[in-house]
Design a protein around this ligand. Sequence first.
Ligand SMILES: Cc1ncc(COP(=O)(O)O)c(C=O)c1O
Length: 370
Amino acid sequence: MHVPLLDLKSQYAKLKSRLDEAVLRVLASGRHVMGPELEAFETDLAHYLGLPHAVGVSSGTDALLSAAMAVLLRPDERPQQRLLREDEEVLTTAFSFFATPETAVRLGGRPVFADLEEGGFNVDVDDMLRRIGPRTRLLLPVHLFGMQMDVTRLVQTGLPVIEDASQTLAPGIGQLSTCATLSFFPSKNLGAAGDGGAVVTRHAEVADRVAVMRQHGSRPKYVHAIYGGNFRLDALQAALLRVKLAELPAWNERRRQNAHRYLAQLGDIPGAPLVLPRDQPGHVWHHFVIRAPRRDELRAYLAERHIETEVYYPVPLHLQPCFAHLGYREGDFPRAEAAARQALAIPVHPELSDEQIDYVAETIRRFYAR
Ligand SMILES: Cc1ncc(COP(=O)(O)O)c(C=O)c1O
């Protein structure tokens, strides 16, 4: 039995007529950039999240960049390319996708990392708070793998907080913070047919600033008081995302059922101290990530039996070659380093059958019984 990590072809087959209709509608409309399709998606997305504002942008990476630019540019400041001085800091987690700390570098500053919470994959808020210093300009926590973290104490510091919710599109994000960012990379719970992202917020002025930034800082047209970029979300992607957003609650429910089926079967493997992901209300199970002894051996064993898996992420951020100049060393963030050695994502997407999940669980059991 083949068990893919992702099955976008089956997803498409189920929604084919509606997705095809959306594409043809946009093609026939002649409106491919900005316009009513984008506005309709932004309205639906904001409504889904219970937030007043959603601004569609070109990717999750650009959502982080445009949000950070919007937040860090003070209204009284001269427009500038480098919004951070070289010694100014964006405080974030040591364990995420690279785009998260890259934001700090793109703005001219430097990332500062904090370790993970005990037993989980989100940042340890106490460790993050301890690392706030006089040069900290922005807090950038990440809701990793679909699991929301509590940002209350980060917001209470008074520093701007951007939540990287690229992997966790779920009501609750963006409610307390300055804003939250989303990615619609095809593999995400809500995926476009290409790249896409959004900034969501309860603050009208942040949404407005991002909306200006995504069109080169222009307002009115061809007048540029600030710098920005081309961070627009295509009408075509917006139309497709709108069709899929209507399916998201059902897909997330299926992910939850799949996760529970794994939790029921993987809890008591003799001789294998597997650490299973914690459940909590609102978890959207973007990935189901176990911590596995002999992870790489297990991965090869599963691959031989046609079960696809992935390692998110094999190198923690503080040990990335491009950050060598920051002076971090192995041992600085033991929990993030352990996660990089042990984490293994097994398929959890909504198109899986119960038989496929049982096959994955059984194969993992067989591996540890050998
Ligand atoms: C945590 C995190 N941040 C940022 C991004 C960047 O999003 P994108 O790939 O849409 O640019 C991703 C996407 O993979 C992500 O998982």
